[in-house]
Design a protein around this ligand. Sequence first.
Ligand SMILES: Cc1ncc(COP(=O)(O)O)c(C=O)c1O
Length: 325
Amino acid sequence: MQITPSILEKVGDTPLVSIAMSEYENINLFTKIEAYNPTGSVKDRAASYILRKLLESGEIDQETTIIESTSGNFGVALSAYCKYYGLPFIAVVDPFITRINEMLIRANGARVVKVNNPDARGGYLLTRVQQVKDLMQEIKNSYWVNQYENPLNARAYYQSLGKELCFQIEEIDYIFLGVSSGGTITGVSQKIKENFPNAQVIAVDVEGSVIFGNESRKRFIPGIGSSMKPKILKNALIDDFIITDEVATVKACHELLEKHNFFVGGSSGSVYAAVQQYFADRKLSQPVNVVTIFADRGERYFDTIYNKGWLDNIFKIMRETAISA
Ligand SMILES: Cc1ncc(COP(=O)(O)O)c(C=O)c1O
């Protein structure tokens, strides 16, 4: 009998599941269910790998305070793995953090520092980064994970998610990956291209995110998109990108639950909507294997994507913005 010493050692080896795309000819769609990771998202891979490598290399020690600006899954994952490794953790968040994520981060004993003043662009990104820098000044032995620039973030996905995919499937023709910090797509694309040089890597982003050159606009669904261009993306091997909107994301989440029994988070809806959008008018003469990642589970979105009152409100805001634009 093989016993695992801690639940947090069970990162990865997530199932690859097929989704029937009966309305589309010649598409075999497969998705990695990342909610099977110990803290419930793809971010377990980055958090566990980065901390382990930093401890092994001596770049951090048991006394180092880990700091990161994050309102989402990365904060939840870091809080759990920092606790596991006995490292103090400070999550710098803003008022947009969901109630559930804040509770999860606090439940793992992390300190939460919430910035309240918007930056010159009206968002909180720059204020959060300044807060991180102030904390680094204050706490002598501290380390800023900085997922948008840290090469270990991409390396984590090369070593785990990318490798697993290469073992789990015989051929990949297309892979669709949501982008936020860029860690997943950078690491996975590098690994996939080594094994399947002809695979087409399609990045998925949402309207209002600046990653692929669009204008910054208020976004409502966390986990996908960014209001700055992640530096680690320069090493990503991306063939094409597709921009979905948040209405399509919400509809896709609900369709995945109704038709396919997947209860997933926002970015999973975005990538599913992107696959539908991409192949809507492409005729395929032979079957192709299309792979994607469902990065987390629906429970974290009970207050948002799966809450009728919240949906009515954001759809109203979107309609008003569209009329005044
Ligand atoms: C739900 C979800 N999907 C997708 C991503 C994108 O991953 P990455 O930051 O590696 O680009 C994240 C990252 O936080 C996420 O939380």
